[in-house]
Design a protein around this ligand. Structure first.
Ligand code: LRH
Ligand code: MN
Length: 425
């Protein structure tokens, strides 16, 4: 199914009057606060979030998987689904591929399919946490960190192949999430594992094209349950510094031990100019990969508060914005539309924080007023502003309502069948 401008205009018609009333009321209040509403809208229109190819189907857990039907079973169908999201919210202009789950067979056809729906290719992800059917050596006990040099070389070669695939599609970054670790004390030498990882990453780093970045994703546990070789931001940062200017740390919101202050990690990485990207999702306990903003929306706001300050006060380059979620229960497309909206809302809230006032009360240690200033922004309903930014970009005033109204899932099921399955987790 392809979403046309007619689809958008017809579905926007009944919402235009109420939207205009809500937006004009909000815009008036924001201008009274000295905010430039047009500038806010432009920033929101420019803010694009990459969609993970592996989240367009129904994810599962080890206890079960309940497919919703009509899943994209080919890379072209995945690209078309991201095209549908982008047509609805004009905020998802690229797909992030995972190799080998999404190895292109016909590059020209893939590039053409993407161009037809106005999307590009964001960071490509390597995968040395699963053995492929024809694989000679196993990653069971690790890949880049493995004590066996031939297994490390296999994993290095895989990452180099992923870079070549990304180059043919116009990607500009390689994301390395290393599952390597141990599940029992005594299983491996922490220092040798880290040294092997550094040396392996150095070889991959040397294969990076000049204008590419390497994004090092950290995670405290799973699939191993005693150690992970890159468990936290500090180890990722340490390696990124050792590797060079093109290496950065990637922050997956679900990859933190309970109650970790992620907004402080973001501030520290930006101070060092090493914040390379995000995998947005939400979680209550572990790496739950839930809808962004569904559990801790205030934390998401505080993270964007640090990002907006960091853009003004540091030289950290603009990070790669990506979602990384797994949809076990909701319709994956609805879930992704909700996640993109939550991210844009948090960004909008951070953009209206009265920075001057906040800085002044911080100097005066007026803690109460500091909270008032932040929560005034967080508690301002900016949904009409986000909707207006999407409307001005030719999208749907309510992307989810339009998605449901157009019965997209029903037509995907008719077209692809109830049992079509997407490759991925
Ligand atoms: C690991 C992770 C990583 C991906 C995978 C799909 O938990 O966050 O980013 O490779 O999920
Ligand atoms: Mn991730």
């Amino acid at each position: 199914m392809k979403i046309t401008t007619d689809h958008i205009q017809i579905s926007n018609k009944p919402l235009e009057v109420s939207h205009a009333r809500e937006f004009n009321f909000l815009a008036e209040n924001l201008e009274k606060k000295g905010l430039n509403v047009e500038a806010l809208i432009q920033k929101l229109r420019d803010f694009q979030i990459a969609i993970p190819s592996w989240a367009l189907g129904t994810g599962g857990t080890r206890f079960g998987r309940f497919s919703g039907g009509g899943e994209p079973s080919t890379l072209i169908q995945k690209i078309q689904d991201v095209g549908i999201l982008h047509a609805l919210n004009r905020s998802s202009d690229s797909i992030s591929l995972h190799i080998p789950w999404d190895i292109p067979q016909d590059y020209e056809a893939i590039r053409q399919a993407a161009a037809e729906v106005e999307i590009g290719f964001d960071a490509v992800n390597s995968n040395t946490f699963q053995d492929q059917t024809d694989q000679s050596l196993s990653y069971k006990f690790g890949s880049l960190a493995n004590s066996d040099k031939s297994i490390r070389e296999l994993a290095i070669a895989h990452n180099q192949e992923v870079i070549q695939i990304g180059e043919k599609l116009g990607s500009k970054a390689l994301t390395v999430w290393l599952a390597d670790g141990s599940s029992f004390p005594g299983q491996h030498s922490f220092r040798k594992a880290l040294q092997n990882t550094h040396e392996s990453l150095q070889e991959i780093y040397q294969s990076l094209p000049g204008d590419w970045n390497m994004l090092l994703e950290y995670k405290p546990y799973e699939p191993y349950f005693y150690t992970t070789v890159i468990p936290d931001w500090g180890t990722s940062f340490l390696l990124a510094n050792k590797l060079g200017d093109k290496a950065y740390t990637l922050v997956d919101l679900g990859h933190h031990l309970p109650n970790t202050n992620i907004e402080q990690i973001v501030a520290t990485l930006m101070t060092e100019g090493k914040l390379g990207g995000f995998h947005f999702n939400d979680s209550k306990y572990g790496d739950d990969d839930l809808t962004v903003g569904s559990i801790k929306p205030y934390q998401l706001f505080l993270i964007f508060n640090e990002l907006v300050m960091g853009f003004e006060e540091t030289s950290n380059p603009s990070p790669a914005w990506m979602i990384d979620a797994s949809h076990n229960l909701k319709d994956p497309m609805e879930d992704l539309l909700q996640s993109v909206e939550a991210i844009k809302l948090a960004y909008a809230q951070a953009l209206i924080v009265d920075r001057k006032a906040l800085e002044a009360v911080q100097d005066e240690q007026d803690l109460g007023q500091g909270q008032e200033i932040l929560q005034d922004a967080f508690r301002t309903d900016l949904r009409p502003l986000v909707r207006e930014s999407i409307r001005q970009s030719g999208g749907a005033i309510s992307p989810i309502q339009t998605y449901k109204g157009l019965k997209v899932r029903e037509s995907q099921i008719k077209e692809r069948g109830k049992d079509s399955k997407a490759s991925g987790l």
